[in-house]
Design a protein around this ligand. Sequence first.
Ligand SMILES: [Zn+2]
Length: 296
Amino acid sequence: MPLLQVNDYDRKVYEEELKPFLPQTFIDCHCHVWLDEFHTDCEKRSGSQDWPDLVAKDNSVEDVMETNRLLFPDNKVISVLYGEPMINIDLKRNNEYVAKYGNELSFPALYLAHPKQSAEELEREVLSNPVFKGIKVYLQFAPGYIPDDEIRIFDFLTPEHLEVCNKHGWIAQLHIARPKRLADPVNYMQILEIEEKYPNVKLIVAHLGRAYADEDVGDAIDVLKYTKNFMWDFTANTNENVIRRVLETFGSHRLMYGSDFPIFRMKARRTVENGFYINEIPQGSLGDVSYDRHMR
Ligand SMILES: [Zn+2]
């Protein structure tokens, strides 16, 4: 079975809309790669969505190349590689895999960091391979005693790690937590704090701050509009209003394309009902999804 069913309609959209618009070569700033064998017995922590697990048990570099070929047959995509940020993954093996293939393919990579690592260890690890251009952090690695809904950015992207990133001008790729998403002042005030205190950090706020519904924006754009540095990736965000507001406020130079592979190998249309996002997928394409309120 192909990794992605490309039908006549998809081909038409590519030929008539995407191909004339896209540069021949472009960057995908958000691509997860890992193998199933890197999983450990460790219990997964809640606080992340379940539905992404339906899409793929792993995502090898070969699968990334094939997905890019299927989606953009006449373009060259440079994928920024990083691991699967889950607590049931062997970080060391995953980082080694990312580094090996990043080097082989001349793709940049980000080191999957754990907040428990000392600043010295983080610095040593990232510097150990020039393929690493910075770090990927994730809310799953926040200390276990913090309730999932209360995780703040600095609980998993620590000030110590930000100091190291600031010293070297590294990327920090950030997926924010909390049910109110971008609209939560704890999130946007800490993004602002990173911008002001760590001016050399190349912060990327993933998924437009997970503002998938209009209601998820709140006052964030008004507060952040005077910032100059941090970047947005619009990975997995299909909300036209949010994308337009970010584009108009921050400019296209602050926005990046990302695939979030393998997640958006899933064919879906995303809709929003009462501020709640729903992925509508072809009937039966991922088995029974009735247990997940985000799937239809
Ligand atoms: Zn991601």
